[in-house]
Design a protein around this ligand. Structure first.
Ligand code: GLP
Length: 240
């Protein structure tokens, strides 16, 4: 793992953009898996700025994502497709036909899991962007997830429901199930950029980087990948 520790969230976001652009600049049609959550928002602003202020074009970019809640209506603003449209896709020149967001269609859920696993194994992403759950999850691969897991339906764990309830008006509104790209599918990406910020991620960061590879911290499976760049701020790094 390549580890970059920054002084704060802003520097983490800028560094993420530098790392990301140095990879995708060399690729004609970069395939990118976008994560959601608060952590990558600053990084996505950097991508938007690069387009709006510096004219960087994303017209050949192919966009995928990592996870989605189950049970929310298509127009619900808590859906991750809404998040990605709002924070990034509507603000850069990515072509609509090049965006393939999980569950953003009428496919039955199980068919959608197989379809996504198939895409990610046959056409590996150039970059998978990841955040990190306070309990060590990546995507919605909760503690207990097996190394060989594929894209599938999962039950969210209590810690995750509680963490994510800050974005809903009350905890009962947080869905109990989600679809997530699996560990095997994540590790198929050619490059992985993981971001983490804040003291509440410090324990998970420590287990991910310095702990044993274990299903208790699914992010630790990333130790098995050759091209992972972990970009974290000082608070997130404070237990290393
Ligand atoms: C969520 C998402 C993850 C995200 C993580 C951290 O549950 N499923 O993809 O990385 O939790 O979120 P945040 O960046 O808001 O802390």
């Amino acid at each position: 793992m390549k580890l970059i520790i920054t002084k704060d969230y802003e520097e983490m976001s800028k560094k993420a953009y530098t790392e990301f652009s140095s990879i995708i600049n060399k690729i004609e049609e970069p395939k990118i898996g976008f994560a959601t959550g608060s952590t990558p928002i600053g990084f996505y602003k950097e991508i938007v700025n690069s387009y709006q202020k510096n004219g960087v074009s994303y017209e050949n970019l192919k966009a995928y994502n990592l996870d989605e809640y189950i049970g929310l209506n298509q127009d619900n603003q808590h859906r991750y497709n809404y998040f990605l449209n709002h924070h990034i896709f509507n603000k850069i020149n990515v072509k609509k036909e090049n965006i393939d967001i999980i569950l953003d269609n009428n496919n039955p859920i199980l068919m959608e899991c197989d379809r996504y696993s198939d895409i990610l194994s046959k056409n590996p992403l150039d970059v998978q962007i990841l955040g990190l759950g306070a309990n060590g999850h990546v995507g919605f691969n909760e503690p207990g997830t097996k190394f060989n897991s594929k894209t599938r339906v999962v039950e969210l764990n209590e810690v995750t429901i509680k963490d994510n309830s800050r974005l809903f008006s009350n905890i009962d509104e947080v869905p109990k199930h989600a679809i997530t790209v699996g560990i095997t599918d994540i590790l198929n990406a050619k490059n992985i950029i993981l971001l983490a910020s804040g003291i509440n991620k410090s324990e998970a960061v420590k287990k991910m980087i310095a702990g044993e590879i274990s299903e208790l911290c699914p992010a630790s499976y990333l130790q098995n990948h050759n091209n992972v760049t972990v970009i974290i701020d000082q608070e997130a790094a404070s237990k290393l």
